[in-house]
Design a protein around this ligand. Structure first.
Ligand SMILES: Cc1cc2nc3c(=O)[nH]c(=O)nc-3n(C[C@H](O)[C@H](O)[C@H](O)COP(=O)(O)OP(=O)(O)OC[C@H]3O[C@@H](n4cnc5c(N)ncnc54)[C@H](O)[C@@H]3O)c2cc1C
Length: 436
């Protein structure tokens, strides 16, 4: 059986599902040695640093990842950043194929005046802050005012809103980073607004996320009944309504009709609201929105405005891929043709390939499609490029699978006494020492 070597860059869902697709190719008479490189000492990508702490079931997919990593032909090189500790030019000649699964970690900009004021954050900073990503521990999140504004109408915006609008006791038994949990307990935020540029019928929230909102125990969820009614009229007047839109409209109706309990905490949706400017003297004080309307299916600026006083604005309007030395990034993605980086032995899967769309499972089908192409392109004779370990700088402490298992077990053990799934360690040096 020919035996090939593949390097996977990035230990998120795309990386693990790529490894799994390669392992499954054994049935076709091919075998692969897989080396996975991850810049952090911790694994699982956004399953660890993105998925909301109050959605623990979603994170159980990590068990699948660990099973994939237990294969004898799988080696982990954690704490090794490609483009910094090791260049892509050093990797490519040593492997038959290299798969970039590096995700999409930078937040898109609103492009409005005042966006850079302190208190204006991207979800790409706020989310990894509450999820204990070591690079974001020191993000300044002002929680002293009573109001926060979230800009965006997708599930990431919803996660940000929930984290701010839940009673912090609801997060006590989660894996929210300890520094963030303490900050949420001290937070004065009681009103959270979520603003979307278009109507409820256009929002990218998915219906399971919407349907859980009326069940929140400590938070009133508010949407104008008339806004839901108008969205319904517009959607059905335009002809056949897509299944997910109909499901969302039904979820909106339930939210609008759900009796408000006069709770101290609220989450309020504002649609047809386009952010125009963030105002403030040295820090965020107010967000100005233009009011849109929809005419003949088009979103039109009415010229009218309103504003919300706040000192925390979080924009959740999408992500783009970070630059990696030696890799061409175009339109926020690794430049590729259906996953092939043309003219090289490099491939890409996941958010690095497609941009920030799709759930965890989407990366599984994506990985299997790209691995098919990778197998088609393989030379009949496997390359014998020599082992990568000789070129990894001596100064880099590699976290291998055994080291990562120790970190994982130490974090889980640290959570037992307080009933949490784990207590995340957020300091790189401490993570490395846990792996020893
Ligand atoms: C806030 C948020 C919440 C989400 N919630 C859900 C949810 O509830 N359910 C769901 O199904 N989906 C959810 N998703 C979507 C899901 O997380 C993504 O589909 C998935 O994580 C994308 O996988 P990926 O492997 O492409 O990227 P990532 O998960 O981002 O993994 C990329 C990995 O590459 C590493 N890396 C980057 N650069 C380098 C480098 N130069 N060298 C080495 N390693 C590198 C990163 O550190 C990271 O570990 C959410 C996404 C976000 C942003």
């Amino acid at each position: 059986m020919p035996h090939y070597k593949v390097a996977i860059i990035g230990a998120g869902p795309a990386g693990y599902f790529t490894a799994q697709a390669l392992q499954n190719a054994r049935g076709e008479g091919l075998s692969f040695s897989i080396d996975m490189f991850e810049r952090l000492p911790t694994m699982w990508g956004l399953v660890r640093s993105g998925v909301a702490p109050d959605h623990p079931k979603i994170k159980t997919v990590a068990k699948v990842f660990e099973k994939i990593a237990s294969d004898p032909n799988f080696r982990l090189f954690g704490n090794v950043e490609i483009g910094k500790d090791l260049d892509i030019e050093e990797i490519c000649p040593r492997y038959d194929a290299v798969v970039m699964c590096t995700g999409s970690s930078l937040g898109n900009k609103l492009g409005i005046v005042g966006e850079d004021l302190p208190g204006s954050l991207s979800a790409a900073e706020f989310v990894p802050w509450y999820n204990g990503h070591p690079d974001y521990v020191n993000v300044a999140v002002p929680l002293d005012g009573d109001t926060a504004v979230i800009i965006g109408a997708g599930n990431v915006a919803m996660d940000c809103a929930r984290m701010l609008a839940l009673d912090p006791t609801e997060l006590d038994a989660t894996d929210t980073a300890e520094h963030a949990l303490a900050a949420f307990h001290a937070s004065n935020i009681r009103k959270v607004f979520i603003a979307g540029r278009r109507g409820p019928e256009h929002a990218a929230f998915t219906s399971p996320e919407l349907r859980e909102l009326p069940k929140l125990e400590h938070t009133d969820v508010i949407i104008d009944v008339a806004a839901v009614h108008d969205a319904h009229e517009r959607a059905f007047a335009a002809g056949e309504v897509e299944k997910h839109v109909a499901a969302n409209l039904e979820a909106w109706r339930l939210i609008a009709e759900h009796p408000r309990a006069g709770r101290e905490r609220s989450m309020e949706f504002h649609f047809l609201s386009a952010p125009k400017e963030i105002k403030g003297n040295g820090k965020v004080e107010e967000v100005v929105f233009g009011i849109n309307e929809i005419k003949e299916g088009k979103v039109i600026d009415t010229g009218k405005t309103y504003s919300i006083k706040t000192n925390l604005v979080i924009s959740a309007i999408g992500y783009h891929a970070d630059h990696i030395k030696g890799i061409s990034v175009r339109d926020g993605k690794v430049e590729n043709d259906q996953g092939r980086v043309l003219g090289t032995n490099i491939y890409t899967v996941g958010w690095a390939k497609r941009g920030p769309s799709g759930v965890i499972g989407t990366n599984k089908s994506d990985a299997s499609d790209v691995v098919k192409l990778l197998i088609e392109d393989l030379n009949p004779e496997p390359k014998n490029g020599g082992d990568i370990t000789v070129v990894i700088p001596q100064s880099t402490t590699i976290i291998d699978q055994a080291g990562w298992t120790k970190i994982n077990e130490a974090e889980i053990a640290a959570g037992v006494a307080s009933g949490k799934p784990r207590v995340k360690e957020v300091d790189i040096a401490k993570l490395i020492s846990l792996a020893e």
